[in-house]
Design a protein around this ligand. Structure first.
Ligand code: IPM
Ligand code: MN
Length: 318
């Protein structure tokens, strides 16, 4: 359902850019399973050129080839910090009250791509560097400053003494130097706490794979994966995408929930400096959900397109 939620998000994006006078020039490139079939590669050359041209990239779910699209895109964009907020939207039934932001290291850890096999065994190398940890910890500090001011460093340094140990040490050094109030939790305990008492978390700073897993968990606690946006931030460029994947069971049926994609475009507008347009999109989403106008995954009966047009119709610039 990548193309379906992408169309929906572009429709809302255009409404917001128009209403708020945000000069956004949109160019559309193909990527993913369909692109792989058509061009022989999931991230075709033309799309890579568009990514080089753009300041920001809004990426839809791409399917089975996701790894071969997402990981290279994060590298091209230099997106070292993956920002994954989870909070309860109006009119949505959450498992628990939750309001946190996961700041996930995005380029190394077990995602460094150093993996090989020999007969009877397979190996992966986990990478943690001081420079990368320092800059992602700085991003966590920045988010904490705009929120309740607390960072929880999530790791497994009791077992992975060297890699997670470095991540833990450098995170604390950086946060302390910036005067940020920080505590820590092992990742297994953090998974439990995120279900038991999610409000104890404000900003969660963690390593790549832990952030991948915890962000799905946090999204479900907040009401479902269809609602969870993300921002992959570099210093010069950024990439925005829903936390979820391509949802095969509902692909092509016109019923996918485009909220995560729409809210990702709001994060993009914000990052581009179009704050009014970003707020306008967020408000329109909240009003639409609060009015009970929903897609089937949330108990509603609107199609992807109907839902998007209700949101677009509510976009107003303050
Ligand atoms: C995500 C996805 C990706 C990840 C995959 C598709 C490479 O699960 O964005 O959370 O693991 O980062
Ligand atoms: Mn994931």
């Amino acid at each position: 359902m990548g193309p379906e939620v992408t169309r929906a998000a572009l429709r809302v994006l255009e409404a917001a850019a128009g209403a708020c006078g945000a000069a956004v020039e949109v160019r559309v490139g193909e990527a993913g399973d369909a692109a792989a079939r058509r061009y022989g590669e999931p991230l075709p050359r033309e799309t890579r050129r568009l990514v080089e041209w753009a300041d920001a990239v809004l990426k839809g779910p791409v399917g089975e080839t996701a790894r071969h699209v997402v990981i290279p895109l994060r590298r091209m964009v230099g997106a070292y910090a993956n920002i994954r907020p989870a909070h309860v939207l109006p009119g949505v039934e959450a498992l628990r009250p939750i309001d946190l932001v996961i700041v996930r290291e995005n380029l190394e850890g077990l995602y460094a791509g150093i993996e090989w096999e020999v007969p009877g065994a397979a190996f992966a190398v986990k990478v943690a560097t001081e420079a990368e940890t320092r800059r992602v910890a700085r991003v966590a500090a920045r988010y904490a400053a705009g929120r309740r001011g607390r960072v929880t460093v999530v790791h497994k340094a009791n077992v992975l003494a060297k890699t997670d140990g470095l991540f833990r040490r450098v995170s604390f050094e950086t946060l302390r130097r910036l005067g940020v109030n920080a505590d820590e939790m092992y990742v297994d305990a953090a998974a439990m706490e995120m279900v038991r008492n999610p409000l104890r978390f404000d900003v969660v700073l963690t390593m790549n794979q832990y952030g991948d897993i915890l962000s799905d968990l946090a999204a479900q606690v907040a009401g479902g994966l269809g609602l969870a946006p993300s921002a992959n931030l570099g210093d010069e460029k950024a990439l925005f995408e829903p936390v979820h994947g391509a949802a095969w069971d509902i692909a092509g049926k016109g019923v996918a929930n485009p909220t995560a994609m729409i809210l990702s475009s709001a994060m993009m507008l914000d990052w581009l400096g179009f704050h009014d347009a970003a707020r306008a999109v967020e408000r329109a989403v909240e009003e639409t959900l609060a009015a009970g106008e929903k897609t089937p995954d949330l108990g509603g009966n609107l199609s992807t397109e109907e839902y998007a047009s209700r949101i677009a119709g509510r976009v107003r610039c303050s």
